[in-house]
Design a protein around this ligand. Structure first.
Ligand code: PLP
Length: 396
C-alpha cells in the first residue's frame, strides 16, 4: 500500500513508469553500436538540459558524490587552495572531501538558511594576490536547507575580483528542475546525479567540464583511476567505457532528457516553481516558515520547514512513514530536529503535491501541533488554481 504513495524526499525522486521501463532492458554488449545509440543521445540530452555547449560531459556509474570527486581529482593538485561556503550538509560534505584530499580549503561559514556570500567571496579572491585559490566550490541548491544560491552573481564576483580560479558547481538537486546555465554562468565543472531532477534511480554521476577545466586536467597531479576523464574520453571515442557502464540507467537517462526537453525546459522550471509556491503557501498557512531566510533564496525543488521551538521535527518524518506510508525528509546536521523537508522535484504534479501537503497536516495534527486540517491544502490549492501570480502573494 505504502508503495503507491509518491515520495517527498528530495531525492531519490519519483520515477515515471516510462523511465522505469526504459531502465529495465536485457543485457546488451556495451562495446557495440547499440550501446553507442544510448550513450551519445544521453550525453547530448544532458548537455541540452544543463545548457552546456562548450567542453565535455561524462557519465560515471556512481552517485553525485562521485561527481564531486571527479571534479577535484581531475583538476587540482595536493595543497591547492579551494574556496567554499558551508551553508548546509551538502556543502559541508564537499568541503570535507576536499580536506581529505589534502586541499587547502578556505571555509566561509554562513548560517544554515542563507545563500552563498558572493561579496565575501569577491573580497577573499581579491586578497589572494598570489593566486593560491585554484577552485571555488558552489552548491547551487543546498538540499539540506532548501536554499538556492545565485551562481550568476558568484561568477560576476569572481570576474570582478579578476581571479581565474575554476568554478565548480554542485547542481545535483537543481539541474533538470531549476534553470542551470553552464555556458552563461561560466561554470567549469557542473556535477549532478541521476536520482533527482532526472527522475531515475541512483547510480549515475553526471559531470560537465569546461574547456578550461579540461586543460587543467592535462597537468594536475591528484591521482584518479575510476574517475579519470581521460580514460572516460578514450572510452567514448570507441563508443564504450573504460569499465562496465550502467547501461539500463543510461537508457533511462536518454529518455529522461527527451521527456524534459519535450515538456520544454521553461515549462519544467515553471512547474517546479508553481509546485514549490504551493508548498510554501501551505507552510505559511501552518504559521511555519521555510528555513531559507529570504524569498530570493527559496528553492523550487525542496522546502525545509521550521517547526515550532521545542518540537522535534523528525517526529513528523517517522510518524508519516509509520502511519501513512509517506516519506518526507528529516533535518540534517545543524538543523536536525528543527526542520522537516518536503522534496518537490522531478516527476511531480500539483495533485501529487497536494497529497503530500494533506498528509503532512494529518501528521502534524496527530502530533499535537496546532494545525487546522485543510488550511495548508487550501493555501496550495489557491496557488495551483491561480498560477504564478499567487506565488508572489504566498511569499508575503
Ligand atoms: C543528493 C545530493 C548530492 C549527492 O548525493 P549522492 O547521494 O552521492 O548522490 C550532492 N549534492 C546535493 C546538493 C545533493 O542534493
Amino acid at each position: 500500500m505504502s508503495f503507491q504513495n509518491p515520495v517527498f524526499i528530495p531525492g531519490p525522486t519519483n520515477i515515471p513508469e516510462a523511465i522505469r521501463k526504459a531502465c529495465d532492458m536485457p543485457t546488451i554488449d556495451h562495446r557495440s553500436p547499440l550501446f553507442a545509440s544510448i550513450l551519445h543521445p544521453a550525453l547530448d540530452g544532458v548537455r541540452a538540459v544543463m545548457k552546456q555547449t562548450a567542453g565535455e560531459t561524462f557519465i560515471f556509474p556512481a552517485s553525485g558524490t562521485g561527481g564531486w570527486e571527479t571534479a577535484l581529482t581531475n583538476t587540482l593538485n595536493p595543497g591547492d587552495g579551494v574556496l567554499a561556503a558551508r551553508n548546509g550538509m551538502f556543502s559541508h560534505k564537499w568541503i570535507d572531501m576536499c580536506q581529505r584530499f589534502g586541499l587547502d580549503v578556505t571555509v566561509v561559514d554562513v548560517a544554515w538558511g542563507d545563500g552563498l556570500p558572493a561579496a565575501r567571496f569577491e573580497e577573499i579572491l581579491r586578497a589572494d594576490t598570489q593566486g593560491k585559490i585554484k577552485a571555488v566550490l558552489a552548491t547551487h541548491n543546498e538540499t539540506a536547507t532548501g536554499v538556492v544560491s545565485d551562481i550568476a552573481a558568484l561568477r560576476r564576483a569572481m570576474d570582478a575580483a579578476g581571479h581565474d580560479a575554476l568554478l565548480f558547481v554542485d547542481g545535483v538537486s537543481s539541474i533538470g528542475s531549476m534553470d542551470f546555465r553552464f555556458d552563461d554562468w561560466g561554470v567549469d565543472v557542473a556535477v549532478t546525479g541521476s536520482q533527482k531532477g532526472f527522475m531515475l534511480p541512483a547510480g549515475l554521476a553526471i559531470v560537465g567540464f569546461s574547456d578550461k577545466a579540461v586543460t587543467a586536467s592535462k597537468s594536475n597531479t591528484l591521482p584518479r583511476t575510476f574517475w579519470s576523464i581521460d580514460d572516460m574520453r578514450k572510452g567514448y571515442e570507441a563508443n564504450a567505457y573504460p569499465y562496465t557502464p550502467a547501461v539500463g540507467l543510461m537508457n533511462g537517462l536518454k529518455l529522461a532528457t527527451e521527456m524534459l526537453l519535450a515538456e520544454g525546459l521553461d515549462a519544467v522550471f515553471a512547474r517546479h516553481a508553481r509546485i514549490a509556491a504551493g508548498v510554501r503557501a501551505a507552510s505559511f498557512a501552518w504559521e511555519m516558515r521555510p528555513c531559507a531566510t529570504s524569498p530570493d533564496l527559496y528553492s523550487n525543488t525542496v522546502t525545509a520547514i521550521r517547526t515550532p521551538k521545542g518540537f522535534n521535527a523528525s517526529d513528523i518524518v517517522s510518524h508519516a512513514a509509520e502511519s501513512y506510508g509517506m516519506a518526507f525528509g528529516t533535518g540534517l546536521g545543524d538543523v536536525a530536529g528543527q526542520v522537516f523537508r518536503i522534496g518537490h522535484l522531478g516527476s511531480m504534479t500539483d495533485a501529487m503535491a497536494l497529497s503530500g501537503i494533506a498528509t503532512a497536516e494529518m501528521v502534524m495534527a496527530d502530533l499535537g501541533l496546532p494545525i487546522q486540517l485543510g488550511a495548508g491544502v487550501a493555501a496550495a490549492q489557491n496557488v495551483y488554481r491561480y498560477g504564478s501570480t499567487a506565488d508572489k502573494m504566498a511569499a508575503q
